[in-house]
Design a protein around this ligand. Structure first.
Ligand code: SF4
Ligand code: SF4
Length: 332
């Protein structure tokens, strides 16, 4: 897997409480090897810069139409841009007074990125937080990450990586792991055919990387399963994932409820809508998924870690299942 140049940063999200310990600053890099129909960050799939359109902030001034040299912008088209005609020159975004049209994906030299991130240091210090790299697949860029992470770690910053598992293991082990404290590793579908159907490729590389990283000494790995209604909670999938995680030596399983707002994010960059329902899981569905995982774990004790209960005021908390020693089984 070849790393081509520096990645583009799609967004920097500050003050996240959901992307690792404490308050996190999350850097989303563009580019991914997969095409998951339920992608939570669809604007990060394409490694190239894109033009995003947010209809709510459009004031209908027509400056985008005047600025476009290819006759690709229109105030009457609901998507604003004909993406077949558009060459991503970004003149419309430059002319748009409201930010309704905007560029997604900008280069950041490592030093400049780190300087921008370190502004959040007071929040990390008081919460035990740090920086999380996500995507897309941030591990497509181990050389760039190494340059950034070396600077962050020299400043004493806790670094978390979020990955979908589609990366070159040896390059990441050499360049990235030495700087990372936590890896959040998403496992979506156990069956290779289902994975190909919903994510565009089979899952052979993902599962091989998962086994290797779980055996990595000194690296904390948190496997996560996104719960997508009708896709990842399909019969047998959660149970099969439990089997392979236990077999690979995982010490915990985190279930991540699907967030349908990603569909609107896909709209902004002109992606076709996924076929599965645009809705949150119900509490009953979440409870059923949790019970299925518990049943699949049975009496097997996987090593437990600190539970992540719902944050105070969190209306739709993540779920964490910690095997046979989790709190509900202890009556807590
Ligand atoms: S990015 Fe360029 S080609 Fe595309 S709609 Fe905007 S101005 Fe036109
Ligand atoms: S320039 Fe921006 S605000 Fe004006 S019509 Fe185009 S998208 Fe809307």
């Amino acid at each position: 897997m070849r790393e081509v140049g520096s990645p583009l940063v799609a967004a920097i999200k500050r003050h996240s409480l959901e992307d690792g310990p404490g308050i996190r600053t999350v850097v989303f890099l563009k580019g991914c090897a997969f095409r998951c129909s339920f992608c939570q960050n669809p604007e990060t799939r394409d490694p190239r810069a894109e033009i995003g359109f947010s209809p709510a902030s459009c004031i209908g001034c027509g400056r985008c139409v005047q600025a476009c040299p290819r006759d690709a912008a229109s105030t009457t088209a609901p998507e604003r841009i004909d993406r077949d005609r558009c060459d991503r020159c970004a003149r419309c975004a430059g002319a748009c007074p409201s930010g309704s049209l905007h560029v997604i994906g900008r280069t950041h030299e490592p030093e400049a990125l780190v300087a921008a991130l370190l502004r959040d240091r007071p929040f990390w210090r008081h919460s035990g937080g740090g920086v999380t790299f996500s995507g897309g697949e941030c591990l497509l860029y181990p050389r760039y990450l190494e340059r950034v992470l070396r600077l962050l770690v020299a400043e004493g910053v806790h670094v978390t990586i979020q990955t979908g598992g589609g990366f070159d293991y040896d390059r990441c082990a050499a360049r990235v792991w030495p700087y990372v404290r936590l890896v959040q590793f998403d496992v979506k579908l156990a069956d290779p055919r289902a994975h190909r159907k919903h994510c565009g490729t089979d899952n052979g590389r993902i599962l091989a990387n998962l086994r290797r990283i779980l055996a990595e000494p000194g690296l904390e790995v948190q496997p996560r399963v996104p719960l997508v209604p009708g896709v990842t909670d399909a019969p047998g999938n959660l149970e099969a994932i439990v089997e392979l995680l236990v077999d690979a030596g995982a010490d915990r399983i985190t279930l991540l409820p699907y967030n349908p707002l990603c569909v609107r994010a896909g709209d902004r960059v002109g992606l076709p809508r996924p076929l599965h329902p645009e809705r949150f899981l119900t509490w009953e569905e979440e409870g059923a998924a949790r019970e299925r995982v518990r049943r699949a774990l049975g009496a097997r004790r996987i090593r437990t870690a600190a539970p992540e209960g719902p944050a105070k005021g969190d209306l739709h908390p993540r779920l964490t299942v910690l095997g046979s020693t989790d709190r509900s089984r202890q009556g807590a």
